[in-house]
Design a protein around this ligand. Structure first.
Ligand SMILES: Nc1nc2c(c(=O)[nH]1)N(C=O)[C@@H](CNc1ccc(C(=O)N[C@@H](CCC(=O)O)C(=O)O)cc1)CN2
Ligand SMILES: Nc1ncnc2c1ncn2[C@@H]1O[C@H](COP(=O)(O)OP(=O)(O)OP(=O)(O)O)[C@@H](O)[C@H]1O
Length: 201
């Protein structure tokens, strides 16, 4: 059997084709509107609980988990971050670099000084660190593990630079769609946690 073809930067276009960019933008608008409706009571707390259970099942204390500091409208992971920190896990949060670069992760603790970054994000002061697991925020997702974010391509680029590091998508079940439109850089997530289930692809 022929070896699978792994695309390299030299044979991939620099961005998605225009029709795909438009299809993703349209779905983002739809998902943002959907998200603006109040989520089911308890759904965010249930999602955070499942995410914490997943970390504790697959990683020993001392390991580093990359989460995100909430942007408006997103599930708030700050309680999860505090709980993991309390249990001895390293908690990392992303610094958002200029578009085209991968995210840089910094260690967070409850006393951390937070800096304002691009697109309204906040990240902790302090040294950069390598995660042992990356939680990936989802605006939308499908059962094949494909995801849609805010369109920066940040996570696709970041995960491409962290081979072997488990990536776990997270979102509310209301964010599931039949099929996310995908391009050459979109790599499916092996695992997605929602408030209802853990989807293994
Ligand atoms: N909480 C959180 N942090 C995160 C992400 C995320 O999805 N959620 N990211 C995931 O990659 C990175 C930041 N990526 C982003 C990329 C683009 C935009 C953006 O274009 N924002 C628009 C408008 C947003 C809106 O319509 O509300 C803007 O600020 O103009 C925001 C974040 C890293 N940190
Ligand atoms: N590894 C990569 N190398 C080069 N270009 C990439 C890479 N990953 C994604 N891109 C390009 O970045 C652009 C944005 O990607 P996409 O629309 O998939 O973002 P997203 O996954 O929704 O955003 P995010 O990852 O920031 O949440 C697309 O044009 C895509 O082709």
């Amino acid at each position: 059997m022929a070896a699978p073809h792994i695309p390299t930067p030299s044979d991939l276009p620099q961005s998605d084709p225009p029709a795909l960019v438009e299809a993703k933008a349209e779905l983002r608008r739809h998902l943002r509107a959907l998200r603006a409706a109040a989520p089911a009571p308890g759904a965010a707390a249930a999602l955070c609980r499942r995410m914490g259970e997943h970390v504790r099942a697959v990683l020993p204390p001392g390991a580093c988990v990359a989460a995100v500091w909430p942007l408006p409208g997103e599930v708030d992971l700050r309680g999860l971050c505090a709980g993991l920190h309390e249990d001895g896990y390293g908690v990392l949060l992303p610094e958002t670099p200029p578009r085209g670069q991968p995210l840089r992760f910094h260690r967070w603790c409850p006393e951390a000084v937070m800096h304002r970054g691009r697109f309204g994000t906040l990240h902790p002061d302090g040294p950069a660190a390598r995660p042992d697991l990356v939680f990936v925020p989802l605006l939308g997702f499908d059962r094949r593990g494909f995801r849609l974010g805010y369109g920066g391509g940040y996570y696709d680029r970041t995960l491409a630079g962290l081979p072997g590091v488990p990536a776990v998508g997270f979102g509310l079940s209301a964010q599931e769609v039949p099929a996310v439109p995908v391009g050459p850089y979109d790599v499916p997530l092996p695992l997605i946690v929602t408030e209802r289930e853990v989807i293994r692809v």
